[in-house]
Design a binder for this molecule. Structure first.
Ligand SMILES: [Zn+2]
Length: 419
């Protein structure tokens, strides 16, 4: 048998095989059970999370001649024809390449014919948001008075682009991104069946890179198997997935903490010389600080989606930082990510971003300043000529690169008010 990619080979064929979308599958199965079938369904959500697979399973369940517990039998002629894409009663249409009025007019003609060997004629339109305005208007007429035997299943990654008149005639189902743990568990089963040796740490890297999409995760696993064969080691996996080691982020984080300008410039040079994608680096660095922030604010690493050996590094990191500083660092990275698209010199952009992060001084709260004022060392300050705002800030060494504004005003008032 010819080679089949993992995402096709392990495509779910029953509702209970769809991962991470049980809120939808249970509802659809109940609808089948109670025979409350809608004429139009809208499946929304990001790519590769099971919309088209669920549409096919629903189509099979509706036309299956031997439905078992509201799941398709996957054996009868109708089921097999739908699985192999040969059914003439179930048509899959790509909205992106059939977006014009003419194609939708053809569809409206097509809709009139009754099914040949099944109960329903089912039209699955993928990426339906790509249809033109005129095409949507033509489609609307059919949706307003659909023939008894016709069911539409629309799938889209961008529901906001679909006219409200269409949405209001559909039953809408929002698919969720799949949690990392569920992707890892599924990939593990696949690896076992394929006889591939792979650790949980690598599976977690794949799952994170796929950002909640099962199809992407399966494609990445395919890619790793193609490169490494039956045993996958972490260093190769990182290279293939172009991932940066956690250790590197921890190192950069430390240099930023110490504002070690020379080291930051050397590390920026290394990123450029190693051909690391800057957008991916910034995204990873942002996640690193987010992880520290979570560890810092929750006093725990339970919420971190990281391998255990990496997780154990974060309590120590969390102790060093203040949450206000972490939020500001994440904001600097976020700005850098936006500006990267228009930046003409990526090396300079990266260097400035890292230096800016290093130069960002620690957050000082008003309470901390006021506490400093109350210490005996400064008790005789009011006897001096009343300091200016600038002098007050310098006096108490407010570590803020911004010109003193509101906070030093409070200090001045507080100092002036003292006897
Ligand atoms: Zn069947």
């Amino acid at each position: 048998m010819s080679y089949q990619v993992i995402s096709r080979k392990y495509r779910p064929q029953r509702f209970d095989e769809v991962i991470g979308q049980s809120h939808i599958c249970v509802t659809l199965q109940n609808a089948l059970k109670n025979d409350r079938i809608s004429h139009a369904y809208l499946f929304t959500g990001s790519r590769g999370i099971g919309k088209t697979s669920t549409a096919r399973i629903l189509a099979k369940s509706l036309n299956c001649t031997d439905q078992k517990e509201h799941n398709p039998c996957n054996v009868c002629r109708n089921c097999v024809e739908i699985t192999t894409g040969r059914s003439i009663d179930v048509l899959e249409i790509d909205g992106a390449s059939n977006r014009g009025i003419d194609q939708i007019r053809d569809l409206r003609e097509n809709v009139k014919y009754p099914p040949t060997g099944s109960k329903y004629r089912i039209f699955i339109i993928d990426e339906v948001h790509m249809l033109t305005k005129e095409a949507f208007n033509a489609l609307l007429k059919t949706l307003e008075e659909p023939p008894e035997h016709v069911i539409f299943i629309f799938a889209t990654t961008e529901p906001l682009k679909i006219p409200a008149t269409i949405i209001s005639r559909c039953q809408r189902y929002d698919f969720h991104r799949i949690p990392i743990a569920k992707i890892v568990a599924h990939l593990k089963t696949i690896a076992e069946q394929e006889g591939v040796k792979i650790t949980d740490d690598i599976l977690m890297l794949i799952a994170k890179k796929a950002e909640g999409g099962m199809r992407d995760a399966e494609s990445l696993l395919d890619q790793l198997i193609a490169f490494s064969g039956q045993e996958i080691i972490i260093s190769e996996a990182r290279k293939i997935l172009s991932l940066i080691d956690y250790e590197f982020y921890i190192e950069i984080g430390n240099e930023i903490f110490q504002n070690n300008k020379k080291s930051l410039l050397i590390l920026a040079g290394k990123i450029i010389d190693d051909g690391i994608n800057i957008a991916e680096f910034l995204s990873g660095l942002s996640e690193h600080f987010r992880n520290i922030l979570i560890a810092n604010t929750t006093n725990s690493v339970d919420m971190l989606d990281l391998p255990d050996n990496v997780k154990s590094r974060y309590p120590e990191e969390a102790k060093k930082w203040q949450s206000g500083d972490l939020l500001r660092l994440i904001k600097i990275i976020s700005d850098a990510q936006i500006n990267l698209r228009t930046s003409l010199n990526h090396r300079m952009h990266l260097e400035f971003t890292l230096l800016r992060m290093g130069a960002m001084h620690s957050t000082v709260t008003v309470e901390e300043i006021l506490n400093t004022v109350k210490t005996p060392a400064y008790a005789n300050i009011p006897k001096q000529p009343t300091p200016t705002v600038k002098e007050t800030a310098d006096l108490f060494q407010i570590n803020n690169s911004e010109p003193p504004k509101k906070e030093p005003d409070l200090v001045t008032e507080s100092v002036a008010a003292m006897p």
